[in-house]
Design a protein around this ligand. Structure first.
Ligand SMILES: Nc1ncnc2c1ncn2[C@@H]1O[C@H](COP(=O)(O)OP(=O)(O)OP(=O)(O)O)[C@@H](O)[C@H]1O
Length: 584
């Protein structure tokens, strides 16, 4: 069926798509006819595929995983059946928490009740010492909060941050109301709890005072290069910072990761008062330039402004030493209201642990959504897990566009496809769908589209492509994951392209998304992920055919050129690869 291009374009989109579909059907029919004729001409010999003895592969999940899935899906019957079949109610989830943590996160009161009935300890704490009540409060799942209270949960249990569940229940929420009421009824004074929490900083303060009084070294680093000043800055213990600085502690020691106390103060938002000003002043007076990198990791805009203005003053003072010190913003009120109590980390935890805590906080904070991308509409699976975009992770996704799926174009010719792809590539839209196929054009530059947060945005409860998000490799990975669950059999990605087109990178992104999906902390799949990369190199995925039968205009394996570029002339000559282009 031939149709005039102008006529096609003048039709409304619905009609046009129907016509295009019909044209494709005609093409397929013609193809089958041709094949049949060909077979007839060859004497009607039917080539039968050899019977293959294929092994039946079946993905098997442990019962502990199946019950988690049932809890998430609110499949109460399945939860009951699994418990009856002997699943251990005490089995742990990836975060080290219990099934009750999972119920709290997914607001599954029924499952929670059954688990409690079966004797599950309501006070179990996960790796960050969160109880299920901490989780329920963050998510404001009031029914679960109520159930846990009735079950006798200890509401005073602190996490590694020193926070009790009430600290995570936002003011005005139902959970906060229930908890306050409960505390009141049990005669607990909420303000005395605050005193209890400030005990940690007080202990550190008295310890540091003692060190100063005995003339001990205040800048002694631990095994990770972390000093007392690092700890006090990251924790926001302003009195301690003050005593340390006045006692002569080194204001700019770098830990093993080259982080100074100022970096930590900036990152963790501990500007609670004038301490950051003191630190900055110290740095400007002594080493000055050390604060130059700090704005990049600052936790909020006001801190960035403050550091930038300090930086500017420092540069001025380099030119003119009599120039005044920076006038720094007073951030007391702003931050004390926002950050009160959130980063009161016990100082015996390493900095990396605090990073994970901060991520946890960012994950659950504000259900307001990401900065420049909308979370998936059907992304109800992980609730608040998918919502918080923090300053720590910039999300730069292009908005969805009509040409995201080339299958919907009215004109499907080589030139129209290439034209669209080129247009998209120019806008850094490197991914494009053609139906369920995903096209990738290697950008050969880093794009900010692979962060954990983006991976979370593509989480979906059904695996359907989300119309509010642009095409992405994470979306394909998500789809495969759901197909695996639905069909209960292995799924396969076919990554095809010439050398250097980005297959290995794509593979890494797929595995990364699946890793993050299988366990928020990626523990379970990490070793297997390494195995995937190695398999690509050592066995079947490096197509050996490329060595003997190189398609025209294609290069050899890109690793070959990279290797040649890095070799010394004598090494090249020893390996007979002086002229790399001579080697196909
Ligand atoms: N999505 C991407 N974003 C940024 N850079 C990329 C991306 N994909 C690939 N690249 C860049 O292109 C280089 C080559 O990609 P990759 O190694 O994945 O190609 P390949 O198709 O696996 O090649 P070969 O088949 O020769 O092993 C990477 O080292 C990386 O620098």
């Amino acid at each position: 069926m031939e149709i005039d291009q102008c006529l096609l374009e003048s039709l409304p989109i619905g009609q046009r798509q129907r016509l295009v579909r019909r044209m494709r059907c005609d093409q397929i029919r013609a193809y089958y006819e041709r094949e049949k004729n060909l077979q007839r001409q060859q004497g009607g010999v039917k080539v039968r595929a050899l019977p293959t003895r294929r092994k039946k592969h079946q993905v098997r999940f442990s019962l502990a995983d199946v019950i988690q899935d049932a809890i998430i899906r609110h499949d109460d019957k399945e939860v009951l059946r699994l418990l009856k079949d002997g699943v251990d109610p005490n089995s742990l989830i990836a975060s080290g928490g219990s099934l009750l943590h999972l119920c709290a996160r997914h607001d599954n009161v029924f499952a929670a009740e059954i688990l409690i009935e079966r004797g599950l300890n309501v006070n179990l704490q996960d790796e960050d010492l969160w109880t299920a009540l901490h989780v329920a409060c963050v998510c404001d799942h009031a029914d679960v909060v109520l159930l846990l209270l009735l079950a006798g949960v200890n509401i005073m249990l602190q996490d590694v941050n020193g926070n009790i569940p009430l600290d995570y229940a936002s003011e005005g929420t139902e959970s906060s109301y229930i908890l306050r009421k409960y505390l009141e009824e049990n005669g607990v004074d909420v303000s005395s709890m605050h005193t209890m929490k400030t005990q940690r900083s007080n202990i550190m303060l008295s310890d540091v005072r003692q060190l100063v009084a005995t003339g001990r070294n205040l800048s002694q680093p631990n095994d990770y290069g972390v000093t007392l000043l690092h700890i006090a800055c990251a924790s926001g213990y302003r009195e301690v910072v003050s005593v340390l600085l006045e006692g002569g502690a080194d204001p700019h020691p770098a830990d093993d990761n080259f982080w100074t106390p100022l970096h930590l103060a900036a990152k963790y938002g501990q500007v609670n008062g004038y301490k950051l000003e003191i630190l900055i002043s110290h740095l400007i007076c002594t080493l000055g330039g050390l604060c130059l990198m700090c704005p990049d990791i600052a936790a909020s805009e006001p801190i960035v402004d403050m550091l930038l203005s300090a930086e500017e003053s420092w540069l001025q003072r380099l030119k003119d030493p009599s120039a005044p010190l920076p006038i720094l913003l007073s951030l007391n009120l702003f931050f004390s209201s926002q950050l009160h109590g959130l980063y009161r980390n016990p100082f015996y935890f390493p900095i990396s642990k605090r990073d994970s805590l901060l991520e946890k906080f960012a994950m659950f904070r504000e259900t307001g959504g990401a900065q420049s991308a909308q979370p998936s509409q059907d992304n109800c699976l992980d609730g608040p897990f998918s919502s918080g975009a923090s300053k720590l992770e910039q999300v730069k996704l292009m908005p969805p566009a009509p040409n995201d799926d080339l299958a919907s174009l009215s004109e499907l010719t080589d030139s129209s496809l290439l034209y669209e792809m080129q247009k998209r590539f120019g806008n850094d839209q490197i991914y494009t769908y053609i139906g369920h196929i995903l096209l990738l054009i290697n950008p050969n530059k880093e794009l900010p589209i692979y962060s954990t947060l983006v991976s979370q945005l593509y989480l979906s409860s059904t695996g359907r492509l989300c119309s509010s998000l642009p095409p992405h490799i994470f979306s394909s990975a998500e789809r495969a994951y759901h197909m695996m669950l639905q069909e209960r059999r292995p799924q396969c990605f076919i990554l095809s392209g010439e050398s250097g087109s980005g297959k290995s990178e794509a593979c890494k992104h797929i595995v990364r998304h699946l890793t993050a999906r299988s366990s928020p902390k990626g523990f379970a799949l990490d070793p297997r992920m390494k195995h995937v990369s190695l398999t690509r190199v050592y066995t079947y995925m490096l197509e050996k055919s490329r060595l003997v039968n190189l398609p025209p205009h294609q290069h050899n394996f890109s690793i070959f050129y990279l290797m040649a570029e890095g070799m010394l002339p004598e090494e090249k000559s020893a390996l007979y690869v002086n002229n790399v282009l001579a080697h196909r």
